[in-house]
Ligand binder design. Structure first.
Ligand code: XMP
Length: 605
């Protein structure tokens, strides 16, 4: 191998690719390998990292992999599932239990090279059901957490310096592990002795070359939403194949923000990307296709299929034949759709519906950003000379407000509530809060698995850290709960009632207004750039005796959208949101989503 390289074994944890990216950002090449790759495929690597997985090691799931890797002479480090597998293979024991979600304090072993330069106590990110309960003869504990109700001591990091085998129960690759980059760097440089020789400059050159080869003499027809990803993809493709052969299509799917399409077309024109710029208002087609749908995956699937239909009919109308489909999805879009060999589907992104998968397999799709995360796309955009205002726009999902407009057939989805209500009430009271489970569901992610569970409404005037602690306790301890929202109304409701509501232009118009109020508020309070993203969600849920729906505001901080933490908003801004949003037609409830990811996802569907 030309460059020092680390192999990352993808057990399908959402994080395998993130690990590879984190290593590349240290200037060292990283390649993804599959668990059943023959041992010869691991020749030449300087080290191996075993990723997390949605599988349970305690149940023997996913235990048929190439165990001969453990006989190789290179250092190995396992994360989460990888840590448990490595511990077991090397003589330790694991058990189902001891689960931890979210932030934990890692007490590190003084002087261990993996924690060189770090503090004695480091904040780390956990998401696991199984735990290591004993280690093999050559191993020792190099880090622990104190957790659970009884404050138990848990193995959080183990290692054998003689064997050069290590395991972390936490995820150092996510940004919420404050010094995770340093821990990965310590493994790569101190233990594997790699040298840095990889860069974004090189990535850009390689991509341009790859696009030219793939496209040949054909043209590319790119779906351009105006978001950061498709805009960076447009400029990169233009640079690779020239503006004559690049066609941009902007579709108004009726699920855009207030005045969005007008603003996007202006931005493309001002950026000189208007040579072959096409626009179609397909909002009627999209809204008709969504009529009567409730289930999130059904809505996502329909939006994705309609994009393809509209795209194909526009291509025919414009006489653009012999073309490839250009898309700007980035890595999380692929991984959360189950796009790597072993990842669990959390939600199907609009540009990963089956018909597009078929086109990808037939080599008819170009996606120059499919290996990158948002921070890297922004960095690439800067290199390509795109203006800062465009690059700093919040991410906006392809299915747009379609995944922020929850629907219901009016059923009160309260199965299991009788059992959890007393536990919930007692737990919330410990934090000075009142709690009600909500009779609808939203999408979330727990231990890498999709969770379609209930949110809980919390009411009470408590400080932010207390609120966040309450959310961690509730989502970890109460089964069937993946999200908490904080009531911004003065009174805790006597009941919460799901009401029948589907995708309609009227509801979308109300949501557009609420979203515009939130965005304008964030800008005015100077918070827009500090906040990664802030979905505003319309939920068909009445929290008062009056009929009406509830608006949920979800400001989060994140660096790569793989994990996220909720943002505290200033009381003055909350007051303004309350004044303005509760005046909108048919809105009687307002709450702030205070859940981290995991266990919630950023979007509600
Ligand atoms: P979640 O909700 O899974 O979102 O935490 C992670 C990031 O992905 C965005 N997102 C999408 N982007 N098509 C997209 O282009 C989609 O279908 C889609 N779904 C979620 C989301 O806004 C967040 O930035």
């Amino acid at each position: 191998m030309q460059h020092d390289t680390i192999a990352v074994i993808d057990f399908g944890g959402q994080y395998a690719h993130l690990i590879a990216t984190k290593i590349r950002r240290q200037g060292v090449r990283a390649e993804i390998r599959q668990p059943d790759d023959a041992v010869d495929a691991f020749d030449g690597y300087r080290g191996i990292i075993i990723s997390g997985s949605p599988s349970l090691a305690s149940r023997g799931e996913d235990s048929q992999y190439t165990k001969a890797i453990y006989d190789l002479e290179v250092p190995i480090l396992g994360f989460c599932f990888g840590h448990q597998e490595l511990a077991r293979h090397c003589g330790g024991q694991i058990e189902h239990g001891g689960r931890e979600w979210g932030k934990a304090d890692l007490h590190t072993a003084a002087g261990h090279p993996l924690f060189r330069g770090l503090d004695a106590v480091e904040p780390v990110w956990m998401s696991h059901f199984d735990s290591v309960v004993s280690v093999g003869p050559d191993f020792e504990e190099i880090g622990h957490t104190i957790s659970g109700e009884a404050g138990e001591h848990r193995y959080a990091a183990i290692g054998s310096d003689s064997l050069r085998r290590y395991g972390f129960q936490f995820h150092p690759e996510v940004d919420d592990t404050l010094h995770g980059d340093e821990m990965i760097a310590n493994f790569v440089f101190e233990i594997c002795k790699c040298e840095a020789s990889w860069s974004m400059e090189q990535f850009l050159d390689e991509q341009i070359e790859r696009v030219r080869e793939h496209v040949g003499d054909r043209s590319v027809f790119l779906l351009a939403s105006g978001g950061v990803d498709s805009t960076v993809a447009a400029v990169l493709l233009g640079r690779a194949i020239g503006p004559e052969r690049l066609h941009l299509l902007h579709i108004d799917n009726g699920l855009m923000r207030l005045h969005e399409s007008v603003d996007v077309l202006r931005m493309f024109t001002e950026s000189g990307l208007d040579r072959n710029l096409h626009f179609v208002d397909a909002s009627d087609t999209f809204l008709e296709s969504l009529e009567g749908l409730v289930e999130p995956e059904a809505k996502r699937g329909k939006i994705g299929d309609t994009f393809v239909d509209v795209f194909q009919s526009e291509a025919r109308r414009l006489g653009i034949t012999h073309h490839l489909l250009g898309q700007g999805p980035i890595y999380p879009d692929t991984i959360e759709t189950g796009g790597t060999k072993r990842s669990e589907t959390i939600k199907t992104h609009h540009n990963r519906v089956p018909i597009i998968q078929e086109m990808i397999e037939a080599g008819r799709v170009v996606e120059p950003l499919a290996d990158l995360y948002k921070v890297e796309v922004r960095e690439l955009g800067q290199r390509l000379g795109i203006d800062q205002q465009t690059l700093s726009r919040h991410p906006f999902p392809g299915p747009g407000l379609g995944v922020r407009l929850l629907c219901s057939n009016g059923t009160q989805d309260t199965e299991g509530f009788e059992t959890i209500e007393p536990q919930l009430e007692e737990l919330a009271a410990r934090f000075g809060l009142k709690a009600t489970p909500l009779p609808i569901r939203s999408v979330g992610v727990k231990a890498d698995l999709r969770a379609y569970e209930h949110p809980v409404l919390l009411s009470g005037d408590v400080d932010w850290p207390v609120l966040i602690d309450a959310v961690s306790a509730i989502t970890a301890q109460v089964p069937g709960i993946n999200r908490c929202v904080w009531n911004l109304e003065a009174h805790h409701p006597a009941r919460a009632t799901a009401i029948e509501a589907y995708v309609t232009r009227e509801r979308l118009d109300v949501l557009r207004k609420a979203d515009a109020i939130v965005m304008e508020g964030l800008r005015r309070f100077g918070l827009y750039d500090d906040v990664w993203q802030c979905p505003t969600v319309l939920v068909p849920l009445s929290l008062t005796d009056e009929p009406g729906e509830t608006v949920i505001v979800r400001p989060i901080r994140s660096q790569r959208a793989m994990t996220a933490t909720p943002v505290e908003l200033p009381p003055e801004l909350i007051g303004e949101l309350r004044d303005q949003i509760l005046k909108l037609d048919g809105i009687t409830g307002l709450a702030l989503d205070v859940t981290s990811k995991p266990p919630g996802t950023i979007e509600w569907e």
